[in-house]
Design a binder for this molecule. Structure first.
Ligand SMILES: Nc1ncnc2c1ncn2[C@@H]1O[C@H](COP(=O)(O)OP(=O)(O)O)[C@@H](O)[C@H]1O
Ligand SMILES: [Mg+2]
Length: 265
């Protein structure tokens, strides 16, 4: 009798980022209720979900700004939710974070904003810093605006300067929190194109949180939907578009449900 071939497990590449059964509450409010998610190096993951479902909270766990009540968070083979501040800082420097509100320092000009993490975390000379600032501005399509103050910039330009600052330390991962919120469709598309371009040119892994479906479908290799503390769907943009899950369908079509219409009365 021929024996059945021995199955050798394929060693799949270790995910760059992994959340294992992460839960998080604030008081009585249970925001994340057992989220498990693996992100491979080089992929562009998009997280969608209604306002207040915990998308920003999830991103903050990935950089250790929030600690889970239970579950684990891993980055490149290191468990980070149990790390103390100092080793966590080293991990954080490998991750660029474009915060939801942009958050440039209004009293610093563009160059000093972008130079900030370089002065904080490296021993680069001012000449080197000047060159890096110019390079990052070029990458976001804003060469030559070093001396402008944030107050002189439009909303879209502020986002791009914040992005230049987020890539100052050459991160391996960029987290984008609602990068297109508050921008008109044309400026939103500039940001979408930039996310794609930076992913390609810098070979970064990106995680984009958004409720802008046009942006989600454009920048995502894979989309996951967060709903009531759990991931309820995931797939390629095509798979999500074709999903027959009623919650996903409702979210991507942007229609109010009977329940939401009733709550308006
Ligand atoms: N530090 C915090 N303390 C208390 N509640 C918080 C905190 N951060 C977020 N929340 C609450 O958690 C829920 C999810 O927030 P968030 O992740 O910001 O939602 P979104 O999906 O819109 O990004 C919201 O109800 C928010 O008020
Ligand atoms: Mg948010």
């Amino acid at each position: 009798m021929p024996q059945s071939p021995v199955l050798i497990p394929q060693s799949s590449p270790r995910p760059l980022i992994e959340l294992k059964n992460v839960s998080k509450s604030f008081g009585w409010l249970n925001v994340l209720a057992g989220v498990s998610l693996s992100i491979e190096a080089g992929e562009s993951l998009v997280i969608i979900g209604a306002s207040g479902t915990g998308k920003s909270v999830l991103l903050k766990h990935i950089v250790g700004l929030l600690k889970p009540d239970s579950g684990e968070i891993w980055f490149d083979g290191n468990r980070i939710d149990t790390l103390s501040e100092r080793p966590l800082m080293e991990i954080r420097q490998r991750i660029g974070f474009l915060f939801q509100m942009g958050a440039l320092f209004d009293s610093l000009n563009v160059a000093d904003n972008i130079a900030f993490p370089l002065r904080e975390h490296t021993r680069k000379t001012e000449a080197e810093i000047k060159q890096i600032v110019a390079d990052k501005l070029r990458r976001v399509g804003l060469s030559g605006i070093e001396l402008k103050l944030p107050t002189e910039l439009s909303g879209g330009m502020k986002k791009r300067v914040a992005l230049a600052r987020a890539i100052a330390l050459d991160p391996e991962v960029i987290l984008y929190d609602e990068p297109t919120t508050g921008l008109d469709p044309v400026r939103s598309d500039v940001i979408n194109q930039l996310i794609i371009k930076l992913g390609r040119e810098l070979k970064v892994t990106s995680i984009t949180v958004t409720h802008d479906m046009q942006s989600a479908f454009k920048v995502g290799d894979r989309i996951v939907m967060l709903h009531e503390g759990k991931i309820i769907a995931q797939g390629t943009p095509q798979e999500i578009q074709a999903s027959d899950n009623p919650i996903v369908r409702q979210f991507i079509s942007g229609e109010a449900s009977e329940k939401e219409l009733a709550s308006l009365d």
